[in-house]
Structure formats: C-alpha cells, structure tokens
Design a protein around this ligand. Structure first.
Ligand SMILES: [Zn+2]
Ligand SMILES: [Zn+2]
Length: 284
C-alpha cells in the first residue's frame, strides 16, 4: 500500500470569526493515522503544543522598533502564536517528524516586512521560519503566494536574496535576477487557467531553482465573493494545492509548509481548508 504523506496541522491560539468551525470541521481528517494535530491550548510540556515565536526568533527578521510597534498594535500574542506555528511546522519537517504542514493563523504574514506591518499581517512567519531553517543548514527556499494581494512584506525581506524564489500571484507582472516574480491574475480567470499558470510560472521555475523547502501563502481572498475577488471558484485552492504539493514532491521530497493567509468568510474557510488539507495528506 502507498505510504501517505505525514501531515501536521498547526492550530495556534487566536480569536475571530472565520475559523469558528475549526478544528471540528477537520473531524474526518484528524482521525487519520498520517495526520498529527498540534494545538496552542495544550499544556507546554505536550510535544504537540504550538509554541509562540520568541523575540530572539523575531529579531532575525524584524527590527526592534517594528516589534515594539506590534506590541502596541493589540495583536501581539496572536501574532506570536501565528508565526510560532509556522516556525514549528518548518522545524518538525526538518527533523523528519512530518512531511508537510498546514498552519492556521490568526494574523497573516505577507504584508509584514523588516520594518513595517499592516493589512492584518504583523510578523512574517515564513521569513522567521526560513531564518530558523538556515541555522539548521538549509539554504534554498521557494515561497509561492496565492493571496489576491501583492506580498509587499515578503518581497521587502527577500528582494536581494538570491537563495529565495518568491512567486507572487497578484495584479502585476514583474521578474528580476534575484528570484522575485509577480504574475498578474486577470479578473475572471478560470480555475483551469490559474492551475496552468501555476504550473508554468511556479512549478517550472521551482524545478530549475531547486529549493529545499517550499512555503505556500494560501490566501483564499481571490475566491468569488471575497474581498480580493478574482472570480475563481471555491474549488480552486484545492486544485492549486495539488499542483504545489506535486511540485514539492518533485523538487524537495515533499517539504511544504502551507500558511493560511487572506480570506474572511467563515463558510468559505470551512469549505476550502479541509479540501486543501486532504490534498496535502493524500486523503480521498
Ligand atoms: Zn489578500
Ligand atoms: Zn505580487
């Protein structure tokens, strides 16, 4: 019998409406033997406790001034747990305990730069995780971003970094010699056309670039009816998950950290997220 991917689900502490149906909405996923569940409400001696990021981790990416600004902004603890979940997911993969991960976040990543934050993004969890993985000897990374908006924070952090490929699906076309790529998605693009763009613009580049880890900023705000509506269907994120997972299988032994990014509607979260996780964990 085929060995399924070992998938970790990281559920840090947070408030808010959009994830009210979780983790209950994962009931027929969490009972699978290849799925591990990590939660921020466990006691800290539990190996499946989601740990908050520490200030020592954050300063590897963010300025002290910026961190102080986040403390004053009111979502500091949520931001620590969100980034902490991503760091822990990446390290669990590095240590071979899981193959890939889905990280629920209370606040996002991709609008948080070295010295600024905004748009419900406070700390750049992917960037902090990359800094931690580098200390573990990993050097090359790819970040693919399917949130509807441009990832200005992630771009700020990695724009000069030739060992990070950053492919951002947004509203502009751009590429340079440092691995920074933007792909414009026209409004009304079909799911099939988006999937083909993902294969052409991300998979092909990743095969050449040879990252050792892939991070996916999964915004579902480009789904029809959301605030970044591009007209794609609510089935599109799971189709993209399959392409990105297959890319990780081809280039980096399946090492993939999926980070929940933009999107607001509870019903869409409840529809989309379990389907994405089923693709990651190879459940039918
Ligand atoms: Zn967005
Ligand atoms: Zn972009």
């Amino acid at each position: 019998m085929r060995q399924r991917k070992k998938t970790g689900i990281f559920f840090p502490r947070f408030e808010g409406q959009r994830l009210k149906d979780f983790p209950q909405a994962l009931a027929n996923i969490l009972d699978k033997e290849n799925v591990s569940y990590y939660d921020g409400v466990y006691t800290s001696d539990n190996p499946y406790y989601v740990k908050p990021a520490t200030e020592e981790m954050l300063v590897k990416v963010h300025s002290r001034d910026m961190i102080e600004g986040v403390k004053r902004a009111g979502y500091y603890e949520t931001a620590l747990y969100s980034a902490g979940g991503t760091v822990q997911a990446a390290l669990e993969i590095l240590w071979g305990r899981i193959d890939n991960a889905f990280v629920f976040t209370g606040v996002g990543d991709h609008h948080a730069g070295r010295n600024f934050f905004g748009g419900w993004c406070y700390f750049n969890g992917a960037a902090v995780a990359i800094a931690m993985l580098r200390e573990g000897g990993v050097t090359r990374f790819a970040i693919v971003d399917t949130d509807s908006h441009h990832a200005d924070g992630t771009r700020d952090i990695f724009c000069q970094d030739k060992e990070v490929l950053h492919v951002c699906f947004c509203y502009q076309d751009y590429h340079d010699e440092c691995g920074n790529v933007d792909i414009a998605l026209p409004y009304g693009i079909s799911d099939g056309a988006y999937v083909r763009k993902m294969e052409q613009e991300f998979t092909r580049r990743a095969i050449v670039f040879k990252p050792e880890f892939i991070f996916w900023e999964l915004g579902y705000d480009a789904v029809h009816g959301e605030y970044g509506d591009k007209g794609i269907s609510k089935d599109c994120p799971a189709k993209l998950a399959k392409v990105i997972k297959d890319t990780a299988d081809t280039v980096c032994r399946g090492r993939l950290v999926t980070i929940l990014c933009g999107g607001s509607r509870r019903q869409l979260a409840t529809y989309i997220i379990p389907r994405v996780i089923k693709e990651l964990a190879e459940l039918d």
